[in-house]
Design a protein around this ligand. Structure first.
Ligand code: PSU
Ligand code: MN
Length: 333
Protein backbone atom coordinates (compact mmCIF):
# COMPACT_ATOMS: atom_id res chain seq x y z
CA UNK A 1 0.00 0.00 0.00
CA UNK A 2 1.41 3.39 -0.87
CA UNK A 3 0.16 6.95 -0.62
CA UNK A 4 0.05 9.08 -3.73
CA UNK A 5 0.25 12.35 -1.83
CA UNK A 6 -3.22 13.46 -2.94
CA UNK A 7 -5.19 11.53 -0.39
CA UNK A 8 -5.28 8.33 -2.40
CA UNK A 9 -3.68 5.04 -1.66
CA UNK A 10 -3.07 2.29 -4.19
CA UNK A 11 -3.34 -1.26 -2.97
CA UNK A 12 -2.51 -4.56 -4.61
CA UNK A 13 -2.72 -4.81 -8.38
CA UNK A 14 -5.12 -1.88 -8.49
CA UNK A 15 -7.33 -3.42 -11.17
CA UNK A 16 -9.34 -5.97 -9.19
CA UNK A 17 -10.81 -6.19 -5.74
CA UNK A 18 -12.14 -3.49 -3.48
CA UNK A 19 -8.65 -1.99 -3.45
CA UNK A 20 -9.24 -0.84 -7.03
CA UNK A 21 -12.03 1.54 -5.93
CA UNK A 22 -10.62 2.52 -2.54
CA UNK A 23 -9.42 6.04 -1.69
CA UNK A 24 -7.76 6.10 1.71
CA UNK A 25 -7.15 9.51 3.29
CA UNK A 26 -3.46 10.34 3.86
CA UNK A 27 -3.81 10.54 7.66
CA UNK A 28 -5.43 7.10 7.75
CA UNK A 29 -2.89 5.57 5.37
CA UNK A 30 0.00 7.01 7.40
CA UNK A 31 -1.42 5.58 10.63
CA UNK A 32 -1.97 2.15 9.07
CA UNK A 33 1.57 2.06 7.66
CA UNK A 34 2.99 2.92 11.09
CA UNK A 35 0.81 0.31 12.86
CA UNK A 36 -1.05 3.02 14.79
CA UNK A 37 -4.68 2.35 15.84
CA UNK A 38 -7.43 3.28 13.38
CA UNK A 39 -11.22 3.01 13.82
CA UNK A 40 -13.57 2.87 10.83
CA UNK A 41 -16.94 4.62 11.23
CA UNK A 42 -20.01 3.93 9.12
CA UNK A 43 -22.07 6.56 7.35
CA UNK A 44 -25.62 5.19 6.95
CA UNK A 45 -26.41 6.49 10.41
CA UNK A 46 -25.40 9.94 9.11
CA UNK A 47 -27.54 9.84 5.92
CA UNK A 48 -30.44 7.64 7.04
CA UNK A 49 -30.28 7.54 10.86
CA UNK A 50 -30.76 11.17 11.89
CA UNK A 51 -31.98 14.44 10.38
CA UNK A 52 -29.63 17.42 9.90
CA UNK A 53 -28.02 18.85 12.03
CA UNK A 54 -28.03 15.95 14.53
CA UNK A 55 -26.37 13.80 11.86
CA UNK A 56 -23.36 16.07 11.25
CA UNK A 57 -23.05 16.61 15.01
CA UNK A 58 -22.82 12.90 15.75
CA UNK A 59 -20.48 12.31 12.79
CA UNK A 60 -18.05 14.90 14.21
CA UNK A 61 -18.54 13.74 17.81
CA UNK A 62 -17.72 10.15 16.79
CA UNK A 63 -14.49 11.21 15.12
CA UNK A 64 -13.56 13.30 18.18
CA UNK A 65 -14.30 10.38 20.54
CA UNK A 66 -12.05 8.07 18.52
CA UNK A 67 -9.25 10.68 18.61
CA UNK A 68 -9.68 11.26 22.35
CA UNK A 69 -9.11 7.53 22.87
CA UNK A 70 -5.84 7.76 20.95
CA UNK A 71 -6.87 6.35 17.55
CA UNK A 72 -7.39 7.81 14.08
CA UNK A 73 -11.00 7.91 12.78
CA UNK A 74 -11.83 6.81 9.23
CA UNK A 75 -15.43 7.55 8.25
CA UNK A 76 -16.35 5.42 5.25
CA UNK A 77 -18.67 6.52 2.42
CA UNK A 78 -19.01 6.24 -1.34
CA UNK A 79 -18.67 9.04 -3.87
CA UNK A 80 -18.68 8.92 -7.67
CA UNK A 81 -17.47 5.37 -8.03
CA UNK A 82 -14.98 5.36 -5.16
CA UNK A 83 -15.11 3.97 -1.66
CA UNK A 84 -13.71 6.70 0.58
CA UNK A 85 -11.97 5.65 3.78
CA UNK A 86 -11.53 8.83 5.80
CA UNK A 87 -13.56 11.90 4.83
CA UNK A 88 -12.45 15.53 4.76
CA UNK A 89 -14.57 17.97 6.80
CA UNK A 90 -16.35 19.30 3.70
CA UNK A 91 -17.10 15.77 2.47
CA UNK A 92 -18.65 14.89 5.82
CA UNK A 93 -20.80 18.04 5.65
CA UNK A 94 -21.94 17.22 2.10
CA UNK A 95 -22.85 13.65 3.04
CA UNK A 96 -24.93 14.99 5.93
CA UNK A 97 -26.85 17.53 3.83
CA UNK A 98 -27.10 16.29 0.23
CA UNK A 99 -30.33 14.59 -0.93
CA UNK A 100 -30.56 11.17 -2.56
CA UNK A 101 -27.69 9.43 -0.73
CA UNK A 102 -27.78 5.69 -1.55
CA UNK A 103 -27.77 3.16 1.30
CA UNK A 104 -24.92 0.84 0.36
CA UNK A 105 -24.63 -2.73 1.62
CA UNK A 106 -22.86 -5.79 0.12
CA UNK A 107 -25.75 -6.53 -2.29
CA UNK A 108 -25.89 -2.94 -3.58
CA UNK A 109 -22.22 -1.92 -3.64
CA UNK A 110 -21.67 -2.49 -7.40
CA UNK A 111 -24.93 -0.78 -8.40
CA UNK A 112 -24.05 2.19 -6.19
CA UNK A 113 -20.59 2.48 -7.78
CA UNK A 114 -22.30 2.38 -11.18
CA UNK A 115 -24.85 5.04 -10.22
CA UNK A 116 -22.28 7.55 -9.00
CA UNK A 117 -23.10 10.36 -6.59
CA UNK A 118 -23.02 9.89 -2.84
CA UNK A 119 -23.55 6.64 -1.01
CA UNK A 120 -23.51 5.85 2.68
CA UNK A 121 -22.13 2.53 3.85
CA UNK A 122 -24.02 0.23 6.20
CA UNK A 123 -22.25 -2.16 8.55
CA UNK A 124 -21.69 -4.72 5.79
CA UNK A 125 -20.18 -2.32 3.24
CA UNK A 126 -18.14 -0.52 5.90
CA UNK A 127 -16.66 -3.84 7.05
CA UNK A 128 -15.70 -4.64 3.47
CA UNK A 129 -13.99 -1.26 3.02
CA UNK A 130 -12.27 -1.49 6.42
CA UNK A 131 -10.85 -4.91 5.67
CA UNK A 132 -9.64 -3.82 2.24
CA UNK A 133 -7.89 -0.82 3.80
CA UNK A 134 -6.37 -2.90 6.61
CA UNK A 135 -8.51 -1.49 9.46
CA UNK A 136 -9.37 -4.03 12.16
CA UNK A 137 -11.85 -2.09 14.32
CA UNK A 138 -15.10 -0.40 13.36
CA UNK A 139 -17.79 1.40 15.37
CA UNK A 140 -21.49 1.70 14.56
CA UNK A 141 -24.64 2.39 16.60
CA UNK A 142 -26.59 -0.85 16.60
CA UNK A 143 -26.14 -3.70 14.15
CA UNK A 144 -28.88 -4.92 11.86
CA UNK A 145 -30.25 -8.42 12.36
CA UNK A 146 -33.35 -10.57 12.17
CA UNK A 147 -36.41 -8.33 11.90
CA UNK A 148 -39.49 -9.05 14.01
CA UNK A 149 -41.86 -11.04 11.80
CA UNK A 150 -38.97 -12.41 9.69
CA UNK A 151 -40.01 -16.01 10.30
CA UNK A 152 -43.75 -15.73 10.94
CA UNK A 153 -45.95 -12.70 10.22
CA UNK A 154 -47.96 -11.23 13.13
CA UNK A 155 -51.14 -12.73 11.57
CA UNK A 156 -49.51 -16.18 11.53
CA UNK A 157 -48.76 -16.06 7.80
CA UNK A 158 -45.43 -16.31 6.02
CA UNK A 159 -42.66 -14.12 7.46
CA UNK A 160 -40.69 -11.44 5.57
CA UNK A 161 -37.31 -13.25 5.84
CA UNK A 162 -35.86 -9.76 6.38
CA UNK A 163 -32.46 -10.48 7.87
CA UNK A 164 -29.81 -7.74 7.62
CA UNK A 165 -26.76 -8.34 5.43
CA UNK A 166 -24.81 -7.24 8.55
CA UNK A 167 -25.04 -10.77 9.99
CA UNK A 168 -23.53 -12.65 7.03
CA UNK A 169 -20.86 -9.96 6.71
CA UNK A 170 -19.85 -10.50 10.34
CA UNK A 171 -19.50 -14.20 9.48
CA UNK A 172 -17.16 -13.65 6.54
CA UNK A 173 -15.12 -10.46 7.06
CA UNK A 174 -12.45 -10.30 9.78
CA UNK A 175 -13.23 -6.95 11.38
CA UNK A 176 -14.17 -6.21 15.01
CA UNK A 177 -17.50 -4.34 15.11
CA UNK A 178 -18.35 -2.31 18.21
CA UNK A 179 -22.05 -1.58 18.77
CA UNK A 180 -24.68 -1.15 21.51
CA UNK A 181 -26.34 -4.43 20.56
CA UNK A 182 -28.92 -5.28 17.91
CA UNK A 183 -31.49 -2.51 17.40
CA UNK A 184 -34.47 -3.27 19.61
CA UNK A 185 -36.83 -2.94 16.61
CA UNK A 186 -35.37 -6.37 15.71
CA UNK A 187 -35.98 -9.79 17.18
CA UNK A 188 -33.00 -9.74 19.56
CA UNK A 189 -33.11 -13.43 20.66
CA UNK A 190 -33.22 -14.62 17.01
CA UNK A 191 -30.44 -12.19 16.05
CA UNK A 192 -28.21 -13.59 18.81
CA UNK A 193 -28.99 -17.16 17.65
CA UNK A 194 -28.26 -16.22 14.03
CA UNK A 195 -24.84 -14.86 15.05
CA UNK A 196 -24.04 -18.08 16.89
CA UNK A 197 -25.08 -20.17 13.86
CA UNK A 198 -22.73 -18.09 11.71
CA UNK A 199 -19.82 -18.54 14.11
CA UNK A 200 -19.61 -14.89 15.16
CA UNK A 201 -18.33 -14.32 18.72
CA UNK A 202 -20.59 -11.93 20.63
CA UNK A 203 -18.66 -10.27 23.44
CA UNK A 204 -20.41 -7.84 25.81
CA UNK A 205 -18.35 -5.39 27.86
CA UNK A 206 -19.43 -4.88 31.46
CA UNK A 207 -22.78 -6.72 31.43
CA UNK A 208 -24.16 -10.25 31.47
CA UNK A 209 -26.96 -9.54 29.01
CA UNK A 210 -26.75 -8.51 25.37
CA UNK A 211 -27.58 -4.79 25.31
CA UNK A 212 -30.62 -3.71 23.29
CA UNK A 213 -29.49 -0.47 21.60
CA UNK A 214 -31.67 2.22 23.30
CA UNK A 215 -31.93 0.03 26.43
CA UNK A 216 -29.08 -1.40 28.46
CA UNK A 217 -30.42 -4.94 28.55
CA UNK A 218 -32.42 -7.26 26.30
CA UNK A 219 -33.13 -10.14 28.66
CA UNK A 220 -30.91 -12.32 26.44
CA UNK A 221 -27.75 -13.60 28.16
CA UNK A 222 -24.55 -12.56 26.38
CA UNK A 223 -22.65 -15.62 25.06
CA UNK A 224 -19.39 -14.01 26.26
CA UNK A 225 -18.90 -11.19 28.78
CA UNK A 226 -15.72 -9.28 29.64
CA UNK A 227 -14.85 -6.48 32.04
CA UNK A 228 -13.20 -3.98 29.71
CA UNK A 229 -12.39 -2.93 26.16
CA UNK A 230 -8.83 -4.14 26.82
CA UNK A 231 -10.07 -7.63 27.63
CA UNK A 232 -12.27 -7.60 24.51
CA UNK A 233 -9.14 -6.60 22.55
CA UNK A 234 -7.26 -9.66 23.81
CA UNK A 235 -10.06 -11.97 22.64
CA UNK A 236 -10.20 -10.06 19.34
CA UNK A 237 -6.45 -10.52 18.84
CA UNK A 238 -6.82 -14.27 19.36
CA UNK A 239 -9.89 -14.49 17.13
CA UNK A 240 -8.28 -12.53 14.29
CA UNK A 241 -5.02 -14.44 14.76
CA UNK A 242 -6.78 -17.73 14.07
CA UNK A 243 -7.55 -16.56 10.50
CA UNK A 244 -11.08 -17.97 10.68
CA UNK A 245 -12.25 -15.45 8.12
CA UNK A 246 -15.04 -13.93 10.18
CA UNK A 247 -15.37 -10.91 12.40
CA UNK A 248 -16.31 -10.40 16.02
CA UNK A 249 -19.15 -8.41 17.55
CA UNK A 250 -18.41 -6.34 20.66
CA UNK A 251 -21.43 -4.90 22.47
CA UNK A 252 -21.37 -2.12 25.03
CA UNK A 253 -24.57 -0.84 26.69
CA UNK A 254 -25.88 2.69 26.17
CA UNK A 255 -24.80 4.99 29.05
CA UNK A 256 -27.25 4.62 31.95
CA UNK A 257 -28.41 8.24 32.04
CA UNK A 258 -29.50 8.19 28.38
CA UNK A 259 -31.19 4.81 28.10
CA UNK A 260 -34.92 4.45 27.48
CA UNK A 261 -36.75 1.93 29.70
CA UNK A 262 -37.36 -1.31 27.79
CA UNK A 263 -41.06 -1.65 28.67
CA UNK A 264 -41.72 1.84 27.34
CA UNK A 265 -39.89 0.93 24.12
CA UNK A 266 -41.75 -2.36 23.64
CA UNK A 267 -45.13 -0.62 23.67
CA UNK A 268 -44.05 1.78 20.98
CA UNK A 269 -42.20 -0.80 18.85
CA UNK A 270 -45.38 -2.85 18.48
CA UNK A 271 -47.19 0.20 17.23
CA UNK A 272 -44.39 1.35 14.87
CA UNK A 273 -43.96 -2.17 13.45
CA UNK A 274 -47.70 -2.51 12.77
CA UNK A 275 -47.78 0.91 11.09
CA UNK A 276 -44.80 0.00 8.87
CA UNK A 277 -46.54 -3.21 7.81
CA UNK A 278 -49.79 -1.49 6.88
CA UNK A 279 -47.90 1.26 5.03
CA UNK A 280 -46.02 -1.43 3.03
CA UNK A 281 -42.57 -0.27 4.21
CA UNK A 282 -40.02 -3.02 3.58
CA UNK A 283 -36.46 -3.83 2.47
CA UNK A 284 -33.74 -1.23 2.97
CA UNK A 285 -36.36 1.43 3.83
CA UNK A 286 -37.66 -0.41 6.89
CA UNK A 287 -34.90 0.28 9.44
CA UNK A 288 -34.63 4.05 8.73
CA UNK A 289 -38.43 4.33 8.76
CA UNK A 290 -38.74 2.57 12.11
CA UNK A 291 -35.93 4.64 13.66
CA UNK A 292 -37.65 7.87 12.58
CA UNK A 293 -41.07 6.70 13.79
CA UNK A 294 -39.65 5.61 17.15
CA UNK A 295 -38.18 9.10 17.56
CA UNK A 296 -41.63 10.63 17.04
CA UNK A 297 -43.43 8.17 19.29
CA UNK A 298 -40.98 8.65 22.18
CA UNK A 299 -40.77 12.43 21.89
CA UNK A 300 -37.08 12.27 20.96
CA UNK A 301 -35.99 9.94 23.79
CA UNK A 302 -34.69 7.32 21.32
CA UNK A 303 -32.70 10.00 19.48
CA UNK A 304 -30.95 11.09 22.69
CA UNK A 305 -30.15 7.46 23.51
CA UNK A 306 -28.97 6.79 19.95
CA UNK A 307 -26.61 9.81 19.92
CA UNK A 308 -25.23 8.88 23.33
CA UNK A 309 -24.62 5.23 22.45
CA UNK A 310 -22.88 6.11 19.18
CA UNK A 311 -20.45 8.42 21.02
CA UNK A 312 -19.87 5.74 23.62
CA UNK A 313 -19.25 3.08 20.95
CA UNK A 314 -16.74 5.31 19.15
CA UNK A 315 -14.86 5.88 22.42
CA UNK A 316 -14.91 2.16 23.24
CA UNK A 317 -13.76 1.22 19.74
CA UNK A 318 -10.90 3.72 20.09
CA UNK A 319 -9.74 2.10 23.34
CA UNK A 320 -10.09 -1.35 21.80
CA UNK A 321 -8.07 -0.36 18.73
CA UNK A 322 -5.35 1.15 20.95
CA UNK A 323 -5.12 -2.04 23.02
CA UNK A 324 -5.09 -4.17 19.87
CA UNK A 325 -2.26 -2.12 18.34
CA UNK A 326 -0.23 -2.24 21.58
CA UNK A 327 -0.66 -6.01 21.84
CA UNK A 328 0.60 -6.61 18.34
CA UNK A 329 4.29 -7.47 18.06
CA UNK A 330 6.17 -4.88 15.97
CA UNK A 331 7.12 -7.68 13.55
CA UNK A 332 3.44 -8.26 12.79
CA UNK A 333 2.79 -4.66 11.88
N1 PSU B 1 -26.76 2.21 13.91
C1 PSU B 1 -27.50 3.33 14.15
N2 PSU B 1 -28.27 3.82 13.13
C2 PSU B 1 -28.29 3.23 11.90
C3 PSU B 1 -27.49 2.05 11.65
C4 PSU B 1 -26.74 1.59 12.71
O1 PSU B 1 -27.51 3.86 15.27
O2 PSU B 1 -29.00 3.72 11.00
C5 PSU B 1 -27.49 1.41 10.27
C6 PSU B 1 -26.23 0.59 10.00
O3 PSU B 1 -25.63 1.09 8.82
C7 PSU B 1 -26.73 -0.82 9.78
C8 PSU B 1 -28.07 -0.55 9.20
O4 PSU B 1 -25.90 -1.60 8.94
O5 PSU B 1 -28.57 0.48 10.06
C9 PSU B 1 -28.97 -1.77 9.16
O6 PSU B 1 -29.86 -1.65 8.09
P1 PSU B 1 -30.70 -2.93 7.60
O7 PSU B 1 -31.54 -3.31 8.81
O8 PSU B 1 -31.53 -2.43 6.44
O9 PSU B 1 -29.71 -3.97 7.22
MN1 MN C 1 -33.31 -5.75 5.59
Amino acid sequence: MSGTGDGRVERGSGTRGIGAVLRVADEVADALRAGRPVVALESTLISHGFPYPENIGIARDSERAVRAAGAVPATVAMHDGRLLVGLAADELETLATVHGVAKVARPTIAAALHRGGWGATTVSATMMAAQAAGIAVFATGGIGGVHRGALVAPDGGRGSLDISADLDELARTPVVVVCAGPKLILDVPLTVEALETRGVPLVTIGADEVPAFWARSSGVPSPISVASAEEAARIAALHLGLDLGGGMLVCTPVPEEDQVPRDRLEEVIDRATAEAASAGIRGADLTPWLLARMAELTGGATVRANLSLIRNNARTAGSLAVALAEGRAPADR
